[in-house]
Write a protein that binds this ligand. Structure first.
Ligand SMILES: NC(=O)c1ccc[n+]([C@@H]2O[C@H](COP(=O)([O-])OP(=O)(O)OC[C@H]3O[C@@H](n4cnc5c(N)ncnc54)[C@H](O)[C@@H]3O)[C@@H](O)[C@H]2O)c1
Length: 348
């Protein structure tokens, strides 16, 4: 860090990179001097739009720059592990977009290199930096008794991202809506439950809209060949070592309205977050008692950026640590394995 300025470079200048650029550039004492993307016109448009000094098509150039403290990886999922590993070995702190990796083996390698290099490695799970998650987790800790059951889901009616791009290729994405969007609500749900240890998964996945070119969404850069070999709907039953269970649902395309939710049940209370609205439930004097806490509107990408910089500077462990990311990836690996084996229960 030179002259008390913390310098962050973005690798990948596609769709999600814009909100990261805006977030880091809004922070005092933080600069974003350079961006890398193999798509040179995209990189040039990106720096013009955000007023960034320079761009390169080769991310290795950034890894060789001594004054860059950290990199934010906004890359297709299959590039998360190799480039995060290379960046940490080059002495950079790394924030990597979700999902952490395309499988648990890659995620474990990232953790090993984090340990070897001592750099900060954090996963972007911006819902965890919301007031909703914080209020729900506090309520769960103090008011809900034993948590035994939860449901979470992230379902889009028509929201396949980048149809035919890396998003819909198993080898490059790792999976469909399960690892792409349900990852957010499962992580939020497990945080409220205080991260019990998963022990088994039973799941089914379906691919009905994507292969026919139906259910396309507006996100990402579609490719004309339309290749699609991931699921477009997943449903899973997850057991934990404390006896709790979670039902998780994920969809990119279906004949029902969009919905995003987490519902958690404890012996003394319940939590529901639906489409961003938090409601808390318990009993007072033998009667049902509901609460709807006022939560301030906030920019959770900025909160995420602030937390990342704080972790890099202090060595503090990120709340969305790679260890938590690995647990999620192990669950997704088991979802796909269970589905491939006709719903067989997979032990973790
Ligand atoms: N946190 C969230 O809510 C959220 C939302 C959307 C996407 N994401 C995640 O962000 C990541 C990127 O998603 P996206 O929607 O921006 O994808 P995208 O396809 O829009 O952008 C990816 C960019 O990476 C570039 N790229 C590919 N290979 C490269 C390389 N070797 N070097 C440099 N650049 C390279 C591509 O040219 C492209 O511009 C994914 O992991 C995705 O899951 C997170």
């Amino acid at each position: 860090m030179s002259n008390n300025v913390f310098k962050v470079a973005l690798i990948g200048a596609g769709s999600i990179a814009h909100s990261h650029a805006e977030a880091y550039m809004s922070l005092e004492g933080v600069e974003v001097p350079i961006v890398a993307d193999i798509n040179t016109s995209r990189a040039q448009e990106f720096i013009t739009r955000h007023g960034i000094e320079s761009w390169t098509e080769d991310y290795k150039e950034i890894l060789g720059m001594d004054d860059i403290d950290a990199v934010v990886l906004c890359l297709p999922n299959y590039l998360h592990a190799p480039i995060a590993i290379e960046a940490m070995r080059a002495g950079k702190h790394v924030l990597v977009e979700k999902p952490m990796a395309t499988n648990a083996k890659e995620a474990q390698e990232m953790i090993d290199v984090r340990d070897e290099t001592g750099k900060t490695l954090m996963i972007t799970m911006q819902l965890r930096h919301s007031e909703n998650t914080k209020a729900a987790s506090e309520f769960a800790k103090d008011n809900m008794g034993d948590i035994y059951y939860a449901k979470c889901g992230y379902m889009r009616r028509s929201g396949i991202p980048g149809w035919g791009s890396w998003f819909t290729r198993k080898e490059e994405a790792g999976g469909g809506p399960c690892s792409d969007i349900a990852v957010h609500v499962l992580d939020q749900c497990l945080a409220i439950m205080d991260f019990p240890n998963p022990v088994s998964v039973t799941a089914s996945t379906y691919s009905t809209f994507g292969p026919e070119g139906r259910g396309k969404g507006g996100w990402g850069y579609p490719e004309l060949d339309g290749f699609f070999d991931v699921e477009d709907l997943a449903s899973a039953f997850i057991r934990f070592d404390n006896g709790a269970t979670v039902i998780m649902e994920a969809s990119w395309a279906m004949h029902l309205p969009d919905r995003q939710w987490v519902e958690v049940l404890g012996t003394e209370g319940g939590v529901k977050i639906e489409n961003g609205e938090l409601n808390l439930y318990k009993e007072e004097g033998g009667r049902p008692f509901n609460m709807k806490p006022e939560v301030k509107r906030e920019n959770i990408t900025v909160n995420t950026a602030e937390h990342f910089i704080e972790c890099c500077k202090t060595g503090q462990k990120p709340i969305t640590s790679p260890e938590r990311g690995l647990i999620l990836i192990k669950i997704f690996d088991a979802v796909y394995e269970s589905s491939a084996q006709n719903g067989k229960q997979i032990e973790l």
